[in-house]
Design a protein around this ligand. Structure first.
Ligand SMILES: [Zn+2]
Length: 612
């Protein structure tokens, strides 16, 4: 199922104080055209009614999959048809609801489609176990049969799951406990997003404002150092009061990971997490060792930051404000659109022409308005062009968000065009590559076309910060995840003292001697939701590094770079992720592409006009 890429993981969150418009006040060219999905609700309802008969037809095959390869093929085809239709129905309702999250009719439809989704999941849960129950030799013969050649990869992927699949009765028990195993994470979310209250602090206007998870980064970006310091201290002092609860919640999540490893017979938690994408553990360890080796270049940057901000001591709350203090220009939508389209020149005329369709065919819902979902994402489905939700307010960040989301959309557009439905959706491991490549191309285009030294400094600062947040910070998180999982695998409890000590030491090592490592940072692990996702964040770091490689080759006009990039976009999930990268000119198992991304950082740092 194609999920929207919601970009809130490492982008800087903004306070949404918006001069809102009602939807009818906005011109059609700035609103997405959902009628391309369904012209009206009658058509949506008529498609919705088709799901149950299709499901009934599929379930008639229950107990027959071992009969022949053809039966499996029919089951897969029916499963695809149902999933494809559900995806289209969901995309329409989700996008409609995001136009106005308070609209009750949309909420009701969202509930209806979500229940149907759950029902389909439950009613089709028999398929995989039934295939896996087939004798292994017979199953391998099935996988070789010409009738199943299209689904060979899917079958091969299932076969490698066999050693980690339990008997039907055991699987049933695991299914029954799975819900309770996520309680720690559910409680973590409720505690940090709903129940915890933070003190009020003074903003730049002198008003008392309650500190929240979402305005925290906004405060860290202000030029007023007292506000930054205050926000930092109040945030982590509050967490210190809940340290044992947060430690216990993280312990609970990691304990559930270890439970999964032991029941399904994986080597360790890392092996389990990397299994689905067939990623070797060496790739994960290489990322950490390469990043560590390259830390001196980051430490050098902190020296530059300290000098640019004219500080005696650079603290951890001095990391997010722009070191190029200048008034940012406000962008009109047309200027943003023109800059993004022009930046795609290294991708060739065809790609540029296709990307223009996003504007001509109204893929994008541009402006904020009352009730609209905040943030940005790229969505849509296999049977529609992609859709982009934005809340464009004319900042430089917004222009980069447009480039980013358009990168995701073009990835889906190319994959959908080249692949059949079954193999069109791409893995999360690859998901951020096209979006970041697109941002890097925009960066180069703006640098090249701007004569304003201050603006160039803002751009470079923007890129360096994104690199730090995506590659350096996420690799540090990846290393922390290894530490906590190893501790639990040895049946040791993750106590607050253990977590604080290990986290603080890592922060000191990653930030180096040019930064004053404020002790309160030892509570930061408590507020990071990603530590509950099990070895997920490393994908941000490898994704950025792969994008940097693609972008460099494209900008340098390397022979074959464009072909490799288009091949990458078109692959979908038709091959394993490492194969896809390898055929497109990236050697994911070598350290080279990680090292290259640090070289890019070093080069950009030297280009900072502040230095000249
Ligand atoms: Zn993204």
């Amino acid at each position: 199922m194609q999920l929207p890429h919601i970009d809130n993981c490492f982008s800087i969150e903004k306070d949404k104080i918006i001069d809102v418009l009602e939807r009818p006040q906005i011109g059609a060219e700035l609103k997405w055209n959902l009628e391309a999905l369904y012209a009206d609700l009658k058509l949506w309802r008529s498609d919705f009614e088709k799901i149950d008969p299709m499901l009934k037809h599929l379930n008639e095959l229950k107990g027959c999959l071992a009969d022949s390869p053809e039966t499996i093929k029919t089951a897969f085809e029916l499963e695809d048809d149902i999933s494809r239709l559900l995806e289209k129905l969901s995309a329409y309702v989700r996008h409609k609801s995001d136009e106005n999250t308070a609209d009750n009719q949309n909420l009701a439809l969202l509930g209806k489609i979500s229940s149907k989704d759950t029902l389909v999941d439950a009613e089709t849960a028999w398929i995989e176990p039934e295939i896996l129950a087939i004798d292994e030799e017979k199953l391998r013969q099935f996988a070789q049969s010409p009738g199943l050649s299209f689904y060979k990869k899917t079958l091969d992927d299932l076969i490698i799951m066999k050693p980690h699949t339990l008997s039907a009765d055991e699987e049933k028990i695991l299914g029954l406990v799975s819900d309770s195993l996520s309680t720690s994470y559910d409680t973590f979310i409720l505690l940090s997003n709903a129940d915890m209250r933070f003190p009020k602090i003074k903003n730049e206007k002198g008003d008392d404002v309650e500190l929240t998870q979402s305005n925290f980064v906004t405060f860290l970006r202000t030029e007023d150092r007292n506000i930054r310091k205050n926000a930092f201290e109040k945030m982590y002092e509050t967490y210190s009061g809940f340290q044992n609860t947060f430690a216990s919640l993280l312990d609970g999540t990691v304990k559930a990971d270890v439970f999964g490893v032991r029941t399904r017979k994986f080597r360790d938690c890392l092996d389990d997490a990397l299994f689905e994408d067939k990623i070797p553990a060496s790739l994960y360890h290489n990322l950490i060792s390469s990043a560590r080796k390259n830390l001196p270049v980051i430490h050098k940057y902190y020296g530059i930051r300290k000098k640019a901000l004219k500080l005696d001591e650079l603290h951890l709350y001095d990391m997010y404000n722009n070191i190029a203090a200048t008034k940012e220009q406000t962008w009109t939508w047309d200027e943003a659109k023109e800059a993004v389209i022009n930046s795609l020149e290294p991708l060739g005329k065809n790609y540029q022409r296709e990307a223009k369709q996003a504007f001509d065919e109204r893929w994008i819902d541009v402006l904020p308005r009352r009730g609209k979902k905040s943030g940005a994402y790229s969505g849509g489905c296999y049977d529609s062009h992609p859709y982009i939700l934005m809340n464009f307010q004319g900042t430089l960040d917004d222009v980069f968000t447009l480039a980013h989301e358009l990168g995701h959309s073009m990835h889906s557009f190319y994959a959908n065009k080249a692949q059949s439905y079954h193999y069109a959706d791409y893995s999360i491991f690859l998901a951020e590559i096209a979006s970041i490549t697109s941002e890097l191309l925009l960066h180069e285009h703006l640098i090249k076309t701007s004569k304003d030294k201050n603006f160039r400094a803002v751009l470079i600062n923007h890129l360096l910060d994104e690199f730090r947040a995506t590659v350096v910070r996420q690799t540090m998180f990846a290393e922390f995840e290894l530490i906590i999982h190893k501790h639990r695998e040895e049946d040791e409890t993750l106590t607050a003292d253990f977590l604080k000590e290990k986290y603080y030491r890592l922060v000191c090592e990653y930030f180096g001697e040019k930064v004053f490592c404020d002790k309160l940072i030892e509570y930061e692990w408590a507020r990071i939701p990603h530590f509950h996702y099990g070895f997920y964040v490393y994908k941000y770091a490898t994704g950025f590094a792969a994008s940097a490689k693609f972008a460099k080759r494209l900008i340098d006009g390397d022979r074959g770079a464009l072909d490799d990039y288009v091949k990458f976009l078109e692959c979908g999930s038709s091959r394993d992720v490492l194969d896809i990268l390898k055929t497109c000119g990236i050697e994911p198992e070598s350290n080279e592409f990680i090292n290259d991304s640090f070289l890019l950082f070093g080069k950009k740092m030297e280009d900072l006009p502040l230095l000249s």
